[in-house]
Ligand binder design. Structure first.
Ligand code: ADP
Length: 302
């Protein structure tokens, strides 16, 4: 297998409030979080890349600089003259966070507008990772192109991993979201949903129902996360449940699922051992949620 991990999706500028009443600029996004943690977890002989579309302006260059500085390969990123990156702002009121987004015209929405570019980004990939958010932001016609490019990459030997990350507000309607996510799951080796989302948006009564639904859609293996409850892994080799280690001192559950996916995939790609992969994912997520923010340098023993 080629030792190239490629995450595909949207990275946004994050403006987060600081104690002195100003805002600090950072970069964030679900698939970026997974790439960032994958870089920390995978051995040095693996490359970790991020594929998206950005502008040619200064803030886009700063985003690429951030990715490169994190050890993430950005060589295949699609650059456009006519767009720039999306942005969101976090606001605090009485300790509660709210988010305002400027992303409806972001460059990332064009990441599948050029099939040849997409194919060359996917060339030689060992594992391609994307999410329901990656799909949601694309124009409907580009979703077809994107899934077809993934199917072709899989035909050339890439494995495909997918977190449905259901966000109905990003989709034209919930029915389209469910249909596209189900179709996408059918071409994946690994589908990695969070039960909370699946229960809310597919009406699943138990994680077993989510497993059965994605296996029936054609997924090779399904890994259902469920907060502190058992992780269920099911595929050709049968079905297993694993209890994550209890975690105390949780302060912020942002990126729990994204970091779990990275820890799981890094172990799975190197050892192929499912129990060890769940252990690695849960250990990493357990450390991430004991710290504030999405990107936490926490690979050393907590
Ligand atoms: P998401 O962030 O996508 O909603 P989950 O909440 O299901 O994902 O959490 C992903 C993983 O993070 C879980 O499988 C578990 O390993 C870990 N995790 C999350 N919340 C807790 C918790 N309260 N206690 C222990 N582990 C947790």
């Amino acid at each position: 297998m080629s030792l190239k991990f490629l995450a595909v999706g949207e990275c946004m500028v994050e403006m987060a409030p600081t104690a002195d009443g100003t805002y600090a600029m950072g970069f964030a996004g679900d698939t970026l979080n997974t790439a960032w943690y994958a870089r920390k977890c995978l051995p040095a002989n693996w490359s970790v890349g991020y594929y998206t579309a950005v502008g040619r302006d200064q803030v886009s260059e700063e985003m690429l600089g951030f990715l490169k500085g994190s050890g993430i390969d950005t060589a295949s990123v699609h650059k456009r003259d006519d767009r720039t990156v999306g942005l969101y702002m976090i606001q605090l009121k009485d300790g509660e966070r709210s988010f305002a987004y400027w992303r409806s015209h972001s460059a990332a929405r064009c990441l599948a507008s050029d099939r040849a570019h997409l194919d060359s980004a996917l060339a030689g990939t060992g594992l391609a990772y994307f999410s329901g958010i990656t799909l949601a932001i694309l124009p409907a016609a580009d979703r077809v192109v994107f899934l077809d490019a993934l199917r072709a990459a899989r035909g050339r030997g890439a494995r495909i991993a997918f977190d449905p990350n259901l966000r109905p507000r990003l989709w034209e309607n919930a029915e389209t979201m469910r249909a596209c996510v189900t179709q996408a799951a059918g071409l994946c080796d690994l589908v990695m949903p969070s039960f909370d989302d699946e229960m809310t948006h597919f009406g699943d009564s138990t994680p077993e129902v989510s497993v059965d639904r994605y296996l029936a859609a054609g997924a090779g293996m399904v890994v259902v996360k469920n907060g502190p409850a058992d992780v269920i892994c099911a595929g050709r080799e049968g079905r297993q449940s694993f209890q994550p280690e209890p975690v105390t001192g949780i302060v912020d559950t942002t990126a729990a699922g994204d970091s779990f996916n990275a820890g799981f995939l890094a172990e799975y790609l190197t050892s192929g051992d499912i129990a060890a992969s769940v252990g690695a994912g849960a250990r990493l997520a357990g450390r991430v949620i004991c710290n504030r923010g999405a990107l936490v340098d926490c690979l050393e023993p907590a």
